[in-house]
Design a protein around this ligand. Structure first.
Ligand code: NAP
Ligand code: HSE
Length: 430
């Protein structure tokens, strides 16, 4: 008789219902791959009466986590609750109870992954988290396995589906911020608190995980610089388009002299760059390696079924390890770290839009303030020259963040400059 592995599902929301569908509807083929029958034994939810996106027998549902965490028959726990607590505590309890754990929770992994991996090793079990980065795109296991021989130089891309969906709709359909956010939430892309998406925290968590795996060293979340898309306006999108760019929220980690650069922020990307074509809920992760060159991983970065697919891939890996008796044998450790370099030392190009007094002398003032800090300009265009004000659109050469911030400060203090309306980094140009 074939062995059966019982699964406890913590959560039956967007991701949990995708996981349930794949496990139940694709069961025969999954059984062959896992070498065992896979059975969802119990599902933890908050509200037993909520209408579900999948048909689930009501006696599978519980509001008592102990029915899963304390159930000796359950060997694999899948955590898709979201949030830091109680998710972290439940993962810890499951590991301590000797269960294999699969999670999609980037917040927990980015903040507590190192201690939880150590715990899993102590308990002789595995902790898998492929779905925590870039939804349905397989990226962590390829980095750990297929690219294990690679010396990764950079890993960067679009890792948040909600903000990419929003920026695309604002750009292509001219929709406003609040309208597209509500749509992204309705589609199940956004976090329970969408501030995590909008403010870039979700992408920063993913980058901390991605960079730690890519560089085999711990990149702490609190060292990842992070700005979101809250301040991006229709004027920024239109201004970028006029110059041949699109605006994307990028997550960038790169080996540089003295350590690792790790940052999340909106950026102008040239329209011909491969990342510029990544639209809607799609994500893309570019890996640059010493031997392999440049690779790009592309696919749905959020949503019920794509994320469910990544979770179920991990469930099969967890079941296979049980079937072959090798739980907890994978060596997941980080080498002593290269430091994350301070933002002030990072070099990027900038797009800058100023509203100024419409007097010819103002151009000289701006170029002087820039050159005083060694900030060279690629272009300076004048727009909307009127009675009361004019706009200056500036693109810089590569500039150190520290020098750029000093220029910004003096521009803001200069009386002939009414406002620094926008400043956004430019990425993807040689
Ligand atoms: P969701 O739709 O809000 O679903 C959360 C589920 O967990 C719900 O079924 C909820 O129960 C249950 N739950 C939450 N807190 C609970 C508690 N304290 N006790 C019992 N049950 C609780 O969230 P989601 O979008 O599926 O996201 C789940 C996780 O996957 C998050 O870590 C998220 O970051 C990650 N993720 C999401 C996506 C995506 O596309 N959505 C993609 C990749 C990763 P009720 O249904 O009864 O309220
Ligand atoms: N809220 C996340 C996003 C879910 O939009 O990318 C996938 O991790």
């Amino acid at each position: 008789m074939r062995k059966k592995v019982k699964i406890g599902l913590l959560g039956l929301g967007t991701v949990g219902s995708g996981v349930y569908r794949i496990l139940t509807e694709g069961n025969t083929i999954l059984t062959q791959k896992a070498g065992m029958d896979l059975e969802v034994d119990r599902i933890l939810v908050r509200n037993l009466d909520r209408k579900r996106r999948v048909d689930v027998e009501s006696d599978l549902l519980t509001t008592d986590p102990e029915m899963i965490l304390n159930n000796p028959d359950i060997s694999i726990v899948v955590e898709v609750l979201g949030g830091e607590e109680p998710a972290r505590t439940y993962i810890e309890k499951a590991l301590r109870a000797g269960k294999q754990v699969v999670t999609a929770n980037k917040e927990v992994i980015a903040k507590h992954g190192v201690e939880l991996l150590k715990m899993a090793r102590e308990e002789g079990v595995d902790l898998f988290f492929e779905a925590s980065v870039a939804g349905g795109i397989p990226i962590l296991r390829p980095l750990q396995e297929s690219l294990a021989g690679e010396d990764v130089e950079a890993v960067y891309g679009i890792v948040n589906g909600t903000t990419n969906y929003m920026l695309t709709a604002m750009d292509k359909q001219g929709l406003d911020f609040a309208e597209v956010l509500a749509d992204a939430q309705e589609r199940g892309y956004a976090e329970a608190d969408p501030t995590a998406d909008i403010a870039g925290h979700d992408a920063a968590r993913k980058l901390a995980i991605l960079a730690s795996i890519a560089f085999n060293t711990r990149v702490p979340l609190d060292k990842v610089y992070c700005t979101g898309i809250e301040k991006i306006t229709a004027a920024d999108i239109a201004g970028a388009a006029e110059l041949g760019y699109v605006i994307k929220l990028l997550a960038i980690a790169r080996r540089v002299k003295g350590g690792i650069e790790a940052r999340v922020h909106p950026a102008l990307v040239p329209q011909e760059h491969p990342l510029a074509a990544v639209d809607g809920v799609y994500n893309a992760v570019v890996v640059q390696g010493w031997a392999v060159g440049t690779l790009m991983f592309y696919g749905a970065g959020a949503g019920q079924m794509p994320t469910g697919s990544a979770v179920v891939g991990d469930v099969i890996a967890a079941a296979k390890n049980i079937a072959s008796g090798v739980q907890g044998k994978a060596r997941v450790g980080f080498a002593p770290g290269a430091p994350v370099v301070p933002l002030e030392e990072v070099e990027t190009r900038y797009y800058l839009r100023l509203r100024v007094v419409p007097e010819p002398g103002v151009l000289g003032v701006v170029t002087h303030l820039c050159s005083r800090e060694g900030v060279e300009l690629v272009s300076l265009d004048i727009k909307n020259w009127g009675q009361d004000s004019a706009n200056l659109i500036i693109r810089t050469q590569l500039v150190r963040e520290g020098a750029f911030q000093r220029v910004l400060k003096t521009l803001k203090e200069e009386p002939r400059i009414y406002a620094v309306e926008s400043y956004i980094r430019i990425e993807g140009e040689e």
